[in-house]
Design a protein around this ligand. Structure first.
Ligand SMILES: [Fe+2]
Length: 221
């Protein structure tokens, strides 16, 4: 009997049954609205994202969308403890799934993004993090997908054009309220434009894993 070997995977997990996830979503939604009031000079997304432009007016936020990324680290805020703890529990679940349960971890940074109609985030990675997470506090039906690029895309596309390729160039996840997605931070990803008048509200977080390789001399101390 033969077998197909799925070699060298880049595991992403989604989780939609976190306890009381909708209550968590509603609480985060309300607090994200508070962040928008608190930081009128917040970062912008969509076509203003790559340049790191900041809002100079409420109109800028309405036109491009909001991110608290440059303004505040929610991982250090007590009033966001409820969602940071949930994120750590979901990261721990990822580590169990990939066989690295119990690895030391630190929530390095966390932020909120709020999309209005047409807003999106261009392709990026989360540099110098090990794992990243996104949680949808609000994502109405038809909101833009989260798109991951295959890290080997340059090779696949160069040698196997779409007509003869059986290897996917990208993988998409459809966001919905209460959904967590955990992924290796090096994966290039983007979000497609949000096609709804209801706001799309997101919590994102970056995780560092503890790593300490001891030499024989270290162990002898
Ligand atoms: Fe991202």
């Amino acid at each position: 009997m033969g077998q197909i070997i799925q070699m060298f995977s880049h595991p992403v997990i989604t989780l939609d049954d976190y306890p009381d996830s909708h209550a968590l979503a509603d609480r985060f939604y309300d607090q994200a609205m508070g962040l928008m009031q608190e930081f009128p000079d917040a970062g912008l997304i969509s076509d203003a994202w790559h340049s790191g432009r900041r809002a100079q007016s409420q109109e800028d936020i309405s036109r491009h969308g909001f991110t608290s990324f440059h303004s505040v680290n929610l991982a250090k805020r007590d009033d966001f403890d409820f969602i940071n703890k949930a994120a750590l529990a979901v990261f721990a679940q990822y580590l169990r799934v990939v066989g690295k349960a119990g690895t030391g971890m630190t929530l390095d940074s966390a932020w909120s993004s709020v999309y209005g109609r047409g807003h999106y985030v261009p392709q990026h990675t989360h540099p110098l993090s090990h794992l990243s997470l996104v949680y949808y506090a609000s994502a109405s039906e038809g909101t833009g997908q989260l798109v991951f690029e295959n890290p080997a895309r340059a090779h696949f596309q160069h040698f196997y054009p779409p007509e003869i390729s059986w290897m996917p160039y990208r993988y998409t996840v459809q966001p919905k309220k209460g959904l967590f997605v955990v992924f290796p931070s090096y994966l290039v990803h983007n979000t497609e434009p949000h096609d709804s008048d209801e706001l799309r509200v997101i919590y994102s977080a970056n995780l560092q894993l503890a790593f300490n390789r001891q030499t024989d001399a270290d162990k002898a101390r």
